[in-house]
Design a protein around this ligand. Structure first.
Ligand code: GLN
Ligand code: ZN
Length: 788
């Protein structure tokens, strides 16, 4: 039996440095003015060369490191993370371990390396070669690229970028801590490469992958890195295809190889970080390993209440500062959590963020337009660094040492709790008074008959998902109006003219159900956030969504209500121009929440019902204005699904409930549509049925309508609009192609339930592609209609 003393890192090797007292798990890398986005896009467009791009990126890394040191992270103890990426951290891990799919093999140099141009090609595809698939990073709005692993993937250390970036900072005087996606998470997030035998699991390649991680750790140690951070967020979810005991076995093997077989000084000390939830039964496994430190998410997760065997040689990094949301922390309460952590018998306790800060904007000081009261309640990345530094001082030196800071934080929390608008009696009374009947419409069959009678649509009605191309002119008008160069009247006239143009175009093309085209919307969430009470929007609060794409999430700070109609006059205007039905267009409560920073002071379900009621009022007004079809988009419904299966039922209850609350106030002859951007329904198929929408449009073209038999098999008997062409690519589908997909569709869906539409909105497309694509869609629908 090993005693704690033998196990302790210091006892093994006095050279192993202590983990820093305070750290953050990662920092935004896009730049506070989106410098990286601009540089990368200029390079893609051929306006700059790779040297310029690399120089800008190096500048950005230098500024970031210097900023973190300024904010109080010491320059010499590995508390500053080295977490830069040109595109995505999972792609970085893939290219570092040589996991480049076969179809991109021609991009590799003779030495088997991928240059920056090749790296971007894997991320974005080229010609007929599709890029790696993109999917959501746990419960954030960040998207990572999915590595493709097969039995033949030849793992090898194929990049020294982590080492180079470590050296670069060291030369500037800062000892950083390289951050890399850990091996278990890397394989769990990968998918089987094309051509892999059925049932192949990427995790089966662990033994081949680990030597490459070992090589990387050796190289980092040789460069002088005292610590490395391996991110293992996949440990906090049980929503994986791999059974939990296999995950735990892989974890045991991985860190026996990387932390026991490989020893200091051949490797840096290892921090395993587990953001986004509880480690659960993975914590004892890590405690029992020779990993020197483990970072816990104590915002989403909770600390164990009893000492964990084996922890005596492990440093715990208490992730008490929320890396995933923007609220200023109640430092006294956070300090209590850290003090309790000290009772668990760990070798030491340090202070950290719950997740990387890449999910929040840079700096509240960059928001001159925010109400100063609200600004005082917020902490973006830079403020969070200060919070961890303060907490670390408090933990080491006692509360007295940070008395003033604790007081200021408590004051901010108190002022937020009592501020006007945070809790609005009229809003709370309304949600409290809701009854079951408020969530239910008349039976679907009855509605269908009433809607058929009212709308008189042909079989296979054609429509679009809502947005039409956002042209340069539209963007220019919006920018000019925002700057004050274009009056509100002139701006609105321009939008009305655009709507008229889009309506006329749809009539010409021959679509059956028209839309107004969403010209007036800067964004499908921010547009509503600007019009609802309880939200604020930022000027520079950009957060990376994927690659060079950023979003500016709104901040949901108070009780939500609708001071005035939001979309009615646009819909009314469009409807006044045509005899055909115009579909009203709204964003659903779950999507509004998913793409905003949400409150941490009320249950999500309460906010969802408040937004549901605000939308219900809007829908009532649309109906009164003569709009017969109203679409409520919920592309984020599946995105917010909790990472632990045990939490999913409660989530689906409030999320589905907020949608039905929004939509159940209409007459039976008003048709409710919803749109979901994806086709992997699997785990939420029941929830989609429970939305009780009359028509659901989904993505289906890329999978060639694969979803439809499943949908029919599960008893789904509502209207459905499987997308008949992929709007993510500029390609114009031929009429034959669309006809073939529709012929497939009528085989598995009752043609009376079938709608014909593209996969998603057209806002990112140009008119050159949109017009012929829609013409082909209409012609294909007419052709298949003939055969019914
Ligand atoms: N109605 C929106 C549009 O057409 C839907 C966008 C989405 O699904 N993300 O743009
Ligand atoms: Zn969509």
């Amino acid at each position: 039996m090993t005693t704690e003393l033998q196990h302790s890192p210091a006892a093994q090797n006095p050279a192993i440095p202590a983990f820093p007292a305070a750290t953050v798990l990662g920092y935004p890398r896009i730049g506070r003015r989106r410098e990286l986005k601009r540089a990368v896009e200029a390079y893609w467009a051929g306006r700059t060369d790779v040297h310029e791009l690399e120089a800008t990126a190096a500048d950005l890394r230098r500024t970031t490191v210097a900023r973190l040191v300024d904010l109080g992270l010491p320059a010499d103890d590995a508390s500053v993370p080295s977490s830069f990426s040109y595109y995505d951290q999972v792609l970085d891990a893939a290219t570092t371990v040589g996991a480049v799919p076969e179809r991109f093999a021609h991009l590799l140099s003779d030495a088997g390396e991928l240059d920056l141009a090749g790296y971007f090609t894997v991320a974005r595809g080229v010609g007929d070669l599709p890029p790696l698939e993109m999917t959501k990073w746990f419960d954030t709005n960040y998207h990572y690229l999915v590595p493709e692993i097969g039995p033949g993937t030849a793992f090898r250390l194929a990049s020294d970028r982590p080492v180079r970036e470590f050296r670069e900072a060291l030369e500037a005087g800062v000892t950083t801590r390289p951050v890399i996606v850990g091996p278990v998470t890397f394989l769990l997030l990968s998918k089987a490469a094309d051509g892999a035998p059925s049932g192949f699991s990427p995790l089966s390649r662990l033994a081949d992958l680990l030597p490459v991680y070992a090589d990387l750790l050796r190289a980092l140690a040789a460069a002088g890195a005292p610590w490395v951070q391996l991110d293992e967020p996949a440990l906090v979810t049980d929503n994986l295809d791999v059974p939990r005991d296999e995950v735990l076995a892989a974890l045991r093997t991985a860190y026996a190889t990387l932390a026991t077989d490989l020893r200091s000084p051949d490797r840096p000390a290892v921090l395993v970080a587990a953001p986004f939830g509880d480690l659960g039964d993975a914590l004892p496994v890590l405690a029992d390993s020779d990993v020197e430190a483990v970072a816990l998410d104590l915002v989403r997760g909770t600390a164990p209440t009893e000492p964990v065997p084996g922890l005596g040689s492990t440093t715990l990094v208490g992730g008490v500062v929320d890396g995933h949301n923007v609220w200023r922390a109640d430092l006294s309460a956070r300090l209590e959590v850290l003090e309790r952590l000290e009772g668990l018998g760990a070798a030491a306790v340090s202070v950290g963020t719950s997740t990387s800060l890449q999910h929040v904007p840079h700096d509240v000081a960059d928001e001159p337009d925010l109400d100063p009261g609200l600004a005082g309640w917020l902490a973006f990345a830079d403020q969070k660094v200060t919070e961890v530094v303060t907490l670390a001082t408090g933990l080491r030196e006692g509360r007295e040492a940070v008395h003033a800071e604790l007081l200021a934080a408590s004051d901010a929390v108190a002022s937020r709790a009592s501020a006007v608008g945070v809790e609005v009696a009229a809003v709370r009374e309304r949600t409290a008074a809701l009854r079951t009947t408020d969530f239910h419409r008349a039976p679907a069959q009855e509605r269908r008959a009433a809607q058929e009678a009212r709308l008189g649509l042909p079989a296979l009605p054609t429509t679009t998902i809502g947005s039409f191309p956002q042209t340069v002119e539209i963007r220019r008008a919006r920018a000019a109006h925002a700057k004050g160069d274009l009056s509100l009247e002139a701006y609105e006239d321009a939008m009305r003219a655009e709507i008229a143009r889009v309506v006329a175009l749809q009539e010409e093309i021959g679509l059956d159900v028209l839309v107004h085209g969403e010209a007036e919307r800067n964004d499908m969430v921010q547009y509503f956030a600007e019009l609802l009470d309880g939200f604020a929007v930022t000027r520079n609060g950009w957060v990376q969504s994927y690659g060079s794409r950023c979003t500016r999430p709104s901040i949901l700070w108070g009780d939500v209500s609708r001071p005035a109609p939001m979309t009615v006059r646009w819909a009314e205007h469009a409807q006044s121009l045509t005899e055909k039905p115009v579909k009203g267009m709204l964003t659903g409560p779950v999507t509004i929440m998913a793409w905003s920073f949400v409150r941490d002071d009320v249950p999500l379900g309460e906010t969802a019902r408040q937004i549901g009621l605000a939308l219900r009022d809007e829908i009532t007004d649309l109906e009164a204005a003569g709009i017969a079809i109203i679409q409520v988009d919920e592309p984020a419904l599946r995105e917010l699904l909790p990472l632990r299966r045990a939490d999913q039922a409660e989530y689906l209850d409030w999320s589905v409930g907020s949608f039905t609350l929004a939509t159940a106030g209409v007459r039976p002859d008003t048709q409710i549509h919803t749109h979901l951007c994806y086709s992997e329904f699997g785990e939420v198929i029941g929830a989609i049925d429970a939305l009780d929408a009359d028509v659901t449009s989904i993505e289906a073209a890329r999978s060639r309508m694969e979803i439809l038999p499943d949908l029919a098999g599960s008893g789904f008997s509502r209207g459905v609009g499987p997308g008949v062409y992929d709007i993510h690519s500029p390609r114009v589908p031929s009429q034959t192609e669309v006809t073939e997909l529709l012929e497939l569709a009528v085989k598995s869906v009752d043609p009376r339930l079938l709608w014909v539409n593209p996969d998603c909105g057209l806002k990112t497309r140009g008119y050159d592609e949109t017009v012929p694509s829609l013409e082909h869609l209409v012609a294909a629908a007419a052709a298949v209609r003939e055969t019914l």
